[in-house]
Design a protein around this ligand. Sequence first.
Ligand code: NDP
Length: 286
Amino acid sequence: MSAKIIDGKAISASCRVKIAEDTENFKKTHGFAPGLSVIIVGEDPASKVYVRNKKLGCEQVGFNSSVYELPENTTREELNALIDKLNADDSVHGILVQLPLPKHLDSEEVIARISPKKDVDAFHESNVGRIMIGNYSFLPCTPAGVMVLLKESGIDISGKECVVVGRSNIVGKPMAMLLLQANGTVTICHSRTKDLSEVTRRADILVVAIGKADFITADMVKPGAVVIDVGMNRRADGKLTGDVDFASVSEIASYITPVPGGVGPMTITMLLQNTLISAEGFAKGK
Ligand code: NDP
């Protein structure tokens, strides 16, 4: 293997140490702790694990946290009432509704109901718009985590050919926007892209977020490219794997993120960072 491994676990751990220090100082200065509220509706096992990890993350850095576990048959009115209550609660600085929601609830309506000031996932349309114009408080957690991994690995983005595979609102589109703001020359690919390999082979920095196990193979990657694998897929044997065929691509890339242990650990860390930023905004009366 020739690629250097970007160790998301280690980078995430050092970011959390810094967030914990900043939180300690914040509490001394302002006399209260940042607070995150997480709402989960229904029994999705993967969502339950994510929510538990978010709560643990809060404890680790010294935040207050509350988890609202609502039954599968929660009505739109009940969920809206809880969001309204948390929007009005001054001890809550971040509100997150764990997705996906049960089918009878409209996630777009729910996201729009969260106060943009407390939208630490950065999914609210006003926060999405602010990212477009480069004037933001919060960045969506997964793309923000990728940017930290690149920075901490000393990878310069300016002037580089950056290719993002995937155009979802939570990963692909904001990822492309952040790479553009860092002066990358950015191409976004999706399921209708003609000759995907031809485009991915141009990338100096290739970010893959499609949700298809081991899809990107070495013949689709330029030798020496930086390869960031956002994908999280469960194999039949229960093991987690990315969208990139790590075995072959790590032979030719210059840097690569593993799955697990690459992008994944950064996502909750960025959520904690956003909650601290929100609490600082509240402390300043913004
Ligand atoms: P979505 O399903 O919302 O989007 C997938 C995107 O990939 C779509 O834009 C789709 O194109 C594109 N795509 C699918 N198949 C192909 C193909 N054959 N060629 C080119 N493009 C294709 O997924 P998400 O963005 O939510 O997530 C992507 C992956 O990242 C998943 O594995 C998910 O689990 C993981 N993830 C990991 C996180 C982490 O913390 N590490 C956080 C969030 C997601 P089109 O638009 O044309 O349909």
